[in-house]
Design a protein around this ligand. Structure first.
Ligand SMILES: [Zn+2]
Length: 281
């Protein structure tokens, strides 16, 4: 089923300067093939006239989305949604999985094996991160502390700062609302399925409130961290947002649940793969 008339949502993450030219090329191609519209239009089915449309999203509120993607969006006259975690901004920290991964990569194999054995996790970086995503939040935070203790000398390089630093409040406040809508990505990017229903409610509700207060604009769209959700995450998203996006791949058809909108993962360097996925569904 090609779903030629169905809308599509693209999901980007980091956009380091090295990807700027590729990103611009890719967005020019997308713009040639589809009208690029605000995500809100696709979520609400607004202004639909039978022709397939595309909405752009950028997850995690990274500084390079503001510094690199935003000028390209302006230049091309495009609009996008940035999903931001307000609880991380004041603490000027990285997403927990980015920090854990970069720290673990600095360990020698024996040191990684020792750390993994001490917490009962697998002794390979990516599987370790995946394992951390399955832990209850308190247990995960303990593992984060263990990793920090084992990597006290860790000092991010310039490249790592460029890749993983989050945008500050002042940078987000300067984004033209006609170009970038701000969506919520929870307060602190926890895996919602690792939380109690109350914790999920707090992450979901407070992130909207904080973003609206600090940026003085409406926040109506939510993005589940890692795409992981359960009944309570879905219920909280329905309570506080008009719509929500997942990481399931697919087109948005007329019957789509507005709080379970699928997306296509997009990588600026992999245009051919993106085209194939978007066409074949
Ligand atoms: Zn995310």
């Amino acid at each position: 089923m090609l779903g030629l008339g169905h809308d599509r949502i693209l999901m980007y993450h980091g956009t380091p300067a090295a990807d700027a030219a590729a990103l611009e090329r890719q967005l020019r191609l997308v713009r040639l093939a589809f009208p690029v519209v605000p995500l809100e239009d696709i979520a609400s089915g607004r202004n639909k006239n039978g022709r397939a449309r595309v909405a752009l999203t950028f997850d995690d509120g990274l500084r390079n989305n503001v510094g690199v993607a935003y000028p390209i969006l302006r230049k091309l006259g495009l609009t996008a949604t940035f999903f931001v975690c307000p609880g991380l901004i004041d603490r000027a920290c990285w997403l927990w999985n980015h920090e854990a991964r970069e720290r673990l990569k600095t360990l020698s194999a024996p040191a990684l094996a020792e750390l993994a054995a001490s917490v009962g996790g697998p002794a390979e970086v990516e599987t370790f991160i995946d394992w951390m995503k399955t832990l209850k939040i308190a247990a995960r935070r303990r593992v984060e502390e263990t990793i920090r203790a084992a990597t006290r000398g860790f000092k991010p390089s310039r490249e790592q700062h460029e890749q993983f630093d989050l945008a500050g409040w002042d940078e987000l406040a300067r984004l033209d609302p006609h170009v970038v809508a701000i969506g919520s990505h929870t307060m602190s990017h926890p895996i919602l399925t690792s939380l109690s229903a109350e914790e999920t409610e707090t992450e979901t509700r407070d992130s909207r409130q904080t973003l609206e207060e600090r940026l003085d604009r409406a926040v109506t769209i939510f993005c589940y961290p890692n795409g992981d959700l359960n009944e309570s995450a879905l219920a909280s998203a329905r309570r506080y947002y008009r719509s929500a996006v997942t990481v399931e791949r697919g087109t948005v058809n007329g019957n789509a649940d507005p709080h379970l909108l699928p997306r296509y993962a997009a990588n600026p360097q992999r245009t051919r793969r993106l085209v194939r996925r978007m066409v074949l569904g």
